[in-house]
Design a protein around this ligand. Structure first.
Ligand code: ZN
Length: 170
């Protein structure tokens, strides 16, 4: 019932093997709230390898993402910014997901995440590396929110490609 689900741990999003849409939506709400209350890696880095800006004009979301590379790996990551709850939670989860990963691994995850929120990849039936990030799958039902969820991933894509172009979702 509703009460028992409230007791799900808020920092460990292990997904039950049988997860219906209602469960996923409830987990999604919890994760959004948790990451807004306690965003991960919400900091500036002392020696960033790159600083990348991204914004979503439609909603007003803005992210300043910093990455520190060690060889091909992302050694540390930090973000600052302001925006809606979805963009902030997505940014927080993105930073936690990419830390320690190689650039190639992050490129794959970013591509999969953006496809998922656009409804172009079904994380339940198609192979992917999204893990707990698939709680954002329901965003595809809300077109106005797709850019909010995708912003941080578009920004990390640009940072890795070192295009140095500010990301705008418009
Ligand atoms: Zn937004």
């Amino acid at each position: 019932n509703f009460r028992s689900k409230q007791e799900l741990p808020t920092t460990d999003y292990r997904l039950p093997t049988t997860l219906n849409m209602a469960d996923l939506n409830e987990l999604y709400q919890q994760v959004i709230l948790d990451h807004n209350k306690k965003p991960r890696n919400f900091k500036t880095l002392d020696v960033p390898s790159i600083t990348q800006e991204g914004h979503s004009p439609l909603c007003g979301d803005h992210i300043t993402l910093q990455l520190e590379f060690e060889g091909d790996a992302i050694k540390d990551v930090g973000f600052q910014g302001s925006g809606c709850a979805i963009s902030k939670a997505s940014s927080s989860m993105m930073t936690a997901a990419v830390k320690g990963k190689s650039k190639a691994e992050v490129e794959v995850m970013a591509d999969e995440f953006v496809k998922m929120v656009r409804g172009e990849l079904d994380p339940e039936t198609e192979e992917n590396h999204l893990g707990r990030l698939k709680i954002f799958a329901g965003v595809k039902e809300f077109p106005a929110r797709v850019k909010c969820a995708a912003l941080s991933w578009r920004t990390v894509q640009a940072a890795i490609s070192e295009s140095h172009e500010a990301v705008s979702t418009e």
